[in-house]
Design a protein around this ligand. Structure first.
Ligand code: NAD
Length: 309
């Protein structure tokens, strides 16, 4: 370890991130996982990388990971396992078939995928029964944040599991927040994204209506972004091209957060709402609107919902 300059917070931050170099298995090296695994390597960890796709394994190798062509072997002898997979069914199958019994007992397990709350809780309960600490740790932030190591992690699990997971997550993000017990990370994620979907539709409706009533949309932005209409969708992600801040709207809704992914999160939110009998009138309406949008424009940014109005 090199000496560190006393009183220099940036040096201490880097040093904290590198407190302990670990051996980590990373499963799911797609749009998000590829960059996250590379950031673990940059932080000084050694990463055994696995994905079903040989191309993804090849890219991970270029990012400094050791690529494996079988998940079980990738998990052998590791201190931690991180997964970044498409859905709950796959997450459950990967943990049951490839991780439990193959990662050493006592390893800490982190699922960063966005999945349903019930499956997250079920997999964590099984992990604990098999002697592992495990957290659900879904992320806020897209591919750029995954590549740049600036994700926000919302984490569910015991205090002990969180403390162990935090060290791994810090290498991939700018904020790591303990949301509560198992499943709390997924709960925070889907409730947040349901709110975002609703507020984006509200912002789009207000902007279009102002325009139709003859008000210059830029004037509306200037007024509402400093009034009680202030919200992230308007102030930080203005959905109308050439108005407000620069956003995917200015790039013909390319990039950003795909409508198909927003729809996935809304469906998870609606399932969870049904499980606990929560009233989500606007969440249900937003799901309907995004279902329609996704039929033709699933790859466009979710703020393209304004084009349907
Ligand atoms: P992706 O489809 O690009 O990547 C998923 C990867 O998992 C693929 O490379 C696939 O080959 C691999 N995979 C599938 N089944 C596997 C298995 N059994 N074993 C090993 N690998 C397997 O998806 P993504 O965009 O990276 O998203 C991953 C997760 O992150 C999803 O749950 C998504 O909802 C969430 N998320 C995505 C974004 C985003 O902007 N893309 C933002 C926040 C959260």
């Amino acid at each position: 370890m090199g000496s560190r300059a006393a009183g220099d917070p940036s040096v201490r931050w880097v040093d904290e991130k590198r407190r302990e170099n670990m051996k980590i298995a990373f499963i799911g090296l797609g749009n998000m996982g590829g960059g996250m695994a590379a950031n673990l390597v940059k932080a000084g960890h050694s990463v055994n990388a696995f994905d079903l796709s040989p191309e993804a394994r090849g890219s991970a190798e270029s990012g400094g990971c050791d690529a494996y062509d079988d998940a079980e072997r990738a998990c052998e002898g590791v201190d931690a396992v991180v997964t970044m997979l498409p859905n709950g069914e796959i997450v459950k199958a990967v943990y049951e078939n490839d991780v439990f019994g193959h990662a050493p007992e006592g390893a800490v397990l982190l699922d960063c995928s966005t999945i349903d709350v019930a499956t997250a809780k079920e997999v964590i309960a099984k992990a604990e029964a098999a002697g592992y600490d495990m957290v659900d740790a879904p992320v806020s932030g897209g591919i750029a944040a995954a590549n740049g190591g600036t994700l926000t992690f919302m984490v569910g699990g015991t205090e002990k599991a969180f403390a162990r997971a935090e060290e791994v997550l810090q290498a991939m993000g700018k904020a790591v927040i303990h949301a509560g017990d198992a499943g709390a990370g997924q709960t925070a994620k889907i409730c947040n994204n349901m709110l975002l979907a609703i507020s984006m539709i509200g912002t789009a409706e207000a902007m279009k209506m102002a325009e139709k009533l003859g008000l210059d949309p830029q004037k509306f932005y200037e007024i509402s972004s400093q009034s009680s209409g202030y919200c992230w969708s308007l102030n930080a992600y203005t959905p109308m091209p050439g108005v407000g801040v620069e956003s995917p709207a200015d790039n013909d809704y390319q990039g950003g957060f795909a409508t198909a992914l927003m729809l996935k999160d809304l469906r998870l939110a609606m399932d969870a709402a049904q499980d606990v009998d929560a009233t989500t009138v606007l969440g249900a309406k937003a799901t309907e609107i995004y279902e329609k949008l996704a039929e033709e424009h699933g790859a466009l940014d979710f703020s393209s919902v304004i084009k349907t109005l």
